[in-house]
Design a binder for this molecule. Sequence first.
Ligand code: NCD
Length: 328
Amino acid sequence: MASSRPRDLQLNENGRLRHFLTIEGLSRDLLIRILDTAESFAALPGRPVKKVPLLRGRIITNLFFENSTRTRTTFELAAKLLSADVINFNIGTSATSKGETLLDTLRNIEAMHSDMFVVRHAQSGAAHFIAEHASPRVSVINAGDGRHAHPTQAMLDMFTIRKHKGDFTPLRVAIVGDVLHSRVARSQILALNTLGVSEVRVVGPRTLLPSDARSMGVHVFHDLAEGIRDVDVVIMLRLQNERMDGALLPSEHEYFRLYGLTDERLENAKPDAIVMHPGPMNRGIELDSAVADGPRSVILQQVSYGIAVRMAVLSMAMQSQADLEVEA
Ligand code: NCD
């Protein structure tokens, strides 16, 4: 679907984030700028007056061609806290299911004068395609495309890690489970390596790890205890059953026996290791409830931090549009 490389599209001439489609090609400095900007927004939701007027008068359209709860609602909340007006299109129930093309949907929403699209689509490259075809005055934020990328999820995960661990450089991070089908894992691996962590590991059965995993700059493990030994961060992934063609697993019971995270297995990680999951999680399959609700779990904090990180990305992209307005 995509024809030019995403990094060519993502930054404007001043090096500002115009679209946010992938972590690929972005510098460490830019990722740190996103985290620092998010930090400045993180206190807002807890205040009596929660809104700032940065995006007042702007229209943001959530274009969701695939289901979502936390990503869509935290994008909506982020936009509202920045004082933007928000339109939600759930396209599963809308015109494309009646045969309209993606480009027609785009043109119609542009005709409604939207300044920014937040796009989720089951096909890899969809957000990039929209960014290539959208008017120059529109920014596109990828909220998850197929197996390809989910950059705001990766950045909220980085924000959560930084909150708990401070410096990225000494960290060992294990990503456990269905890496093969996970856009989250792909974006996390790029972000962790760009931020300079000491080691990224992927842990899972052969059938659920990409065959080219090593070329992604990770160490590969098939044994859970070994894979999480002495790590600072354990990131659990959901089994993406909807993206599996055919049986890649013997059974969910067997998967839990081999790869399910329990308190006992977590003993292999560092004593102060944190446990993360992008959600939605399958209790008793990917991890035990005792771990999900336990003292090392930061899973709900990830959701809260997602608001500040999405505010950062929306406001930075809108700032790049302000550059255009200055030129005009
Ligand atoms: C992830 C997604 O949709 O890619 N979830 C999310 O954004 N919170 C991960 C998943 O669905 O497993």
